[in-house]
Design a protein. Structure first.
Length: 93
């Protein structure tokens, strides 16, 4: 009786039939709306410079100047704040 050549790279049908099937990987595309939401979410992480200032004049203490958040225009009362307390925008002084 002649021996058959066995191809080691060929899959064994009996072995593969017992293994669970792997889920097919689907290629999802990102819509323009999802991309816009993603960019808006990341925009709060990037520091925006303070460009507007608000000046308060008091008869007792004199003149005080405060920065305004570039996103929500909320007054930032401490110069060392890294984030806006109202909207969470990262600030660059």
């Amino acid at each position: 009786m002649a021996k058959k050549d066995v191809d080691s790279t060929a899959p064994n049908k009996s072995r593969n039939s017992k293994q669970p099937k792997q889920p097919e990987q689907s290629k999802e595309t990102i819509t323009k709306r999802e991309m816009k939401i993603f960019k808006e979410a990341l925009s709060y992480r990037t520091a925006k410079p303070i460009t507007e200032y608000w000046t308060y004049i008091d008869s007792l203490y004199g003149e005080s100047t405060y920065g305004k958040c570039p996103t929500c225009n909320c007054v930032i009362d401490r110069y060392y704040q890294r984030h806006c307390a109202e909207c969470g925008q990262r600030l660059k002084w």
